[in-house]
Each structure stands twice: as structure tokens, then as C-alpha cells.
Design a protein around this ligand. Structure first.
Ligand code: BGC
Length: 510
């Protein structure tokens, strides 16, 4: 099944994306408005490392107590864990658009509380609010975009959300630099995040709810009207029919009950397979160590022998820029090369660069002073980011927005996003202690080993979803054999051939 259902020759995918969005800017408007959630996610996670330097100047208690510094940083991630879980439920219950509006509200309140904080306690409260918003937006924006995109360009449009995450991180470093000399420093750095939240709220108010969610809720006419605005005229009626068929089937099998039974969720083969792939990808995304690089890159740069604060900050701007550039590569390749191949290439590059970093840091501890190897370490870091970003950075979010059956899409995406944020917290909290306990070289080696395991995980458990109409993903999960013996050529299970042929014909409009 994999590789057999793509509607167009690979080379035209990107051109198609351009043509489709050019002809229909409405789709782009939906994607960018929802993508502001990604921008906020990136900004609010990126801004704190720089802002903390100035918070310490103003609040002596923070400067004296590491626990306060850690709380200011990690309470947002703790908030995101809860936000992602609640967001999953809210997405299925109240809709994707309502969840995004709620996230904006939280972002805005959090930004105001932080900017006006009289002391560390309120600052922490503000960070929790922002964290709740980040968690909710992290899973909702890709889901909304995915459900509002034509299949051929779905990956590219969801990748724009990741571009906005990385651009948000870049922007936060830039704004941190800009406000260093302005009175109020950190209050501005944290407060300006209220503006994109306000902007997104006002844009989303005028945009529709996800057509797929509306359909599932029985609001067929509204859903059809939106689908007609999104899809090219020649595809829309087939799309509506497919959606109707899949929902009818769902209701026949499951009834209309809204109750979520977790045991039943796990016992349903397609959902279980989706969850293994989706949660696994999110956990690997974090355990290959990306946020140690994003949150601690100034420290790593200093470990590599570049001593001054300013150089370290400037170099971390370069890392963030590279990351954003990598997400643009993803927009280009994801519907062309496919999610799975991109993930594998990405993990391969990540493993090699981590091996390189481990080697470089090992040399310096055993042989010569670090400064000799500083540039090599920087090259290793650059290679790591440019390998991570186009595949492992984007594909876990994309796959999670398209792999689950409609009725559980919010809840399952929420479970996977919660796993992502928990893993993020574990890695961020242990990184510095790990480098102290086993050394920087061994820490990078450990991440390297995780990426090798991740490589095989992707081969066995992750299906290719490129170009597949979102309604067909469930069918594919049902039929797809797991590739335990990945070195052997894939065997098709019975019935798959006919399914593939049918899909091929449909996709070619036959
Ligand atoms: C991850 C974030 C990370 C970012 C880095 C995202 O896909 O989920 O945790 O900070 O990529 O660019």
C-alpha cells in the first residue's frame, strides 16, 4: 500500500502546492491564521532563556535561588502537558477553532500577567497560563490545518505551522537582543507575545470551524459549504462523498456516543497502530535532544570555547535561523519525498551529527583544550539542526494530525502531544545534570543511540501517509503489515492489491 496511492508524480507536488494555493488563497489564509498558534508556541518557549538573565537582575530572589529559575522555565512546559491533554478532549468536544480561540485567551492572559508581574510568584503563574496555551495550540493548529487542506498539499501546509514555530523561536532571540537596552527589558520580551494572540483571535473569529469536525457533528450543510471553498471544483464532490461514507461507517460501528473509553480505544486495531506510531514519533522527537540545543545552545556554544555572552547569543540566533530554514525544506519535500523517507533521512543525519559531536567533545576532554575544536563543534551543531528540522521537526506533528480516525483525532493527537511535552520536560530537566554526571560527550552519544533506535522504529511502525486522502488513512492502517523484517521486500496481505488499485483509480479521477 505504501507508495502506491499517490495521486501525482512526485516532481509536480510542490508546483501543485503553489498552483493550488495561488488559485485558492483561502486555503493559505486558513493555514497561516491557524499557524499563528505555532508562532506563539515557538516564541513563548524560546523567549525565556534570554529574558531570565534580566529577570535575575530585577528579582534578587530569583538570582539567589536556582529553584525559582527552574520553575520559571519549566512551569510553562508543565502547563503545556496539561494544555495538550485538555486540548485533545476540547478539540473533539468543542471543535478545533474553539480550542484555538481558548488557547489565544490563555496566551493573552499569560502575557499580561507576566509583563505586569510584581514578583516571581505571579511570573510563575503567568508562565503556567502561557504553557497551557502552548500545549493546546501545539496540537490544535496542525490538526485544524490538516483537516482544512486538500490531500496533495496537506503536508506542506502543516509544515508551514512548523516553519512558524521555528520562526517564533528565531524571533524571540531577536526580540531579546532588541530589548536588552530598553527600560523594562524582560517585561517587554514576555509581554509582546500578547499581540500575536490578539491577532490570531481576531482572524479566527472570522474563519470557519474545521469542515470535518462539523460533518461528524451532523452539521453537513455548513461542512459542505466550507469544503466547496477549499477543494478544487473537480475534487470536491468525491471528497464530500468519501467523508460521508467514512462517517456513516463510523456511526454504524460505534454509534454516535461521545464517551471516550480508553480501553476500547486501545483495543481498536487502527487506533492502536496510529497511537504507537504517533506517540512514538513524538517521544523520539524529544529524546534525540532537540530542545537541549534550542534551550541551551548558548551554553553549548560556550562549552565549545566561545566565551562571551554576546557571541553565544549571536551564534544561537544562527542555530535558530538554520532551524527555520530547515522547516522551509520540509514544506518543499514533505509531499514530494513523503513523511517516512524524510524521517529516515533526518534521523540518519541526526545520528551522524550526534556521533560527531560526541567525538569532538570527547577529544577535548581527553586531549586538547576546547577552543581548538570550537568551530568543529559548531559545524556539528549546524549539521544536527539542519538534519533534524525538515524531518523529525515537522513530520511527528504532521503524522499526528492525519493518522487517527476522525472521531478520536483530537483525543489521540492530545495523548501524543502530551507525551511530547512530558518527554520535553524530562530531557530539559536532566540535560545539564547528565553532562555533569557522564560528560557532554557521553550525553550526545546517548542521544545518538536514541536516534538509531528511532530510525528502526520508523521503519517498522510508521506508515506513509503522503497524498493519501485523510479518510483513507484508517483503511491503510488496518491493512498495512508491520515491517518487523524490514530487510525483506514487503509482502502484501490479501485484499490489499484490490484496495490499492481502487484507490489509485480514484486518485487519478478514473
Ligand atoms: C518541537 C519543539 C522544538 C522545535 C524546534 C518542534 O517540532 O516540537 O519541541 O522546540 O521543533 O524547532
Amino acid at each position: 500500500m505504501e507508495g502506491g496511492v499517490h495521486p501525482l508524480p512526485d516532481t509536480s507536488a510542490f508546483r501543485d502546492c503553489f498552483a493550488l494555493t495561488w488559485k485558492n488563497p483561502y486555503v493559505l489564509r486558513l493555514a497561516f491564521s491557524a499557524g499563528i498558534g505555532g508562532l506563539l508556541f515557538g516564541y513563548d518557549t524560546g523567549v525565556i532563556s534570554g529574558a531570565l538573565l534580566y529577570i535575575r537582575d530585577d528579582f534578587k530572589a530569583v538570582d539567589r535561588h536556582t529553584v525559582l529559575q527552574e520553575s520559571i522555565v519549566s512551569m510553562a512546559v508543565a502547563g503545556a502537558i496539561i494544555g495538550a491533554a485538555v486540548g485533545g478532549w476540547a478539540n473533539d468536544r468543542h471543535g478545533r477553532r474553539s480550542a484555538l480561540l481558548a488557547a489565544d485567551f490563555l496566551f493573552f492572559i499569560g502575557a499580561v500577567i507576566m509583563a505586569a508581574s510584581p514578583g516571581p510568584a505571579t511570573l510563575i503563574v503567568g508562565r503556567v497560563f502561557v504553557g497551557l496555551g502552548v500545549g493546546m495550540a501545539s496540537m490544535t493548529s496542525p490538526l485544524y490545518i490538516s483537516e482544512a487542506s486538500p490531500a496533495k498539499i496537506r503536508g506542506a501546509l502543516v509544515s508551514t505551522n512548523n516553519f512558524l514555530i521555528t520562526f517564533g523561536q528565531f524571533l524571540s532571540y531577536l526580540i531579546n537582543l532588541a530589548f536588552t537596552k530598553v527600560p523594562g527589558t524582560w517585561r517587554w520580551m514576555l509581554g509582546v507575545a500578547g499581540l500575536p494572540a490578539l491577532l490570531q483571535f481576531s482572524l479566527m473569529i472570522f474563519l470557519p470551524e474545521s469542515p470535518r469536525w462539523l460533518f461528524r457533528k451532523g452539521r453537513e450543510e455548513e461542512a459542505k459549504a466550507i469544503l466547496r471553498k477549499i477543494y478544487p471544483a473537480e475534487d470536491v464532490e468525491t471528497e464530500i462523498q468519501d467523508l460521508k461514507d467514512s462517517i456513516d461507517k463510523e456511526i454504524r460501528e460505534e454509534g454516535t456516543s461521545e464517551k471516550i473509553n480508553f480501553r476500547k480505544l486501545w483495543q481498536t486495531k487502527t487506533v492502536r497502530r496510529g497511537l504507537i506510531a504517533g506517540v512514538g514519533l513524538q517521544v523520539f522527537q524529544q529524546f534525540v535532544g532537540i530542545n537541549t540545543v534550542m534551550y541551551y545552545s548558548p551554553t553549548i556554544v560556550q562549552l565549545a570555547g566561545f566565551a562571551s555572552n554576546q557571541t553565544a547569543l549571536l551564534l544561537s540566533l544562527v542555530t535558530a535561523g538554520l532551524n527555520a530554514f530547515g522547516s522551509i525544506l520540509s514544506i518543499y519535500f514533505i509531499d514530494r519525498t513523503g513523511r517516512k523517507k524524510l524521517l529516515l533521512i533526518s534521523l540518519f543525519g541526526v545520528a551522524v551529527s550526534l556521533g560527531l559531536l560526541a567525538g569532538i567533545f570527547h577529544q577535548t576532554t581527553t586531549h586538547s583544550p576546547m577552543s581548538k575544536f570550537g568551530w568543529l563543534a559548531l559545524i556539528g551543531l549546524g549539521l544536527y539542526i539542519i538534519s533534524f528540522s525538515p524531518g523529525m521537526g515537522t513530520a511527528p506533528w504532521i503524522v499526528n494530525s492525519e493518522i487517527y480516525p476522525l472521531r478520536f483525532r483530537g483525543v489521540c493527537g492530545g495523548i501524543a502531544a502530551t507525551a511530547n511535552w512530558i518527554s520535553n520536560l524530562i530531557v530539559a530537566q536532566t540535560f545539564l545534570s547528565l553532562t555533569e554526571a557522564i560528560g557532554t560527550d557521553m550525553t550526545f552519544l546517548l542521544f545518538g543511540i536514541v536516534s538509531v533506535v528511532g530510525f528502526f522504529f520508523v521503519i517498522v511502525f510508521v506508515p506513509e501517509t503522503k497524498g493519501l486522502p485523510i479518510e483513507e488513512v484508517e483503511k491503510m492502517l488496518e491493512l498495512r503489515p508491520l515491517q518487523y523484517k524490514f530487510w525483506e521486500k514487503k509482502k502484501r496481505p490479501e485484499g490489499t492489491m484490490e484496495e490499492e488499485e481502487k484507490l489509485d483509480k480514484k486518485n487519478q479521477g478514473v
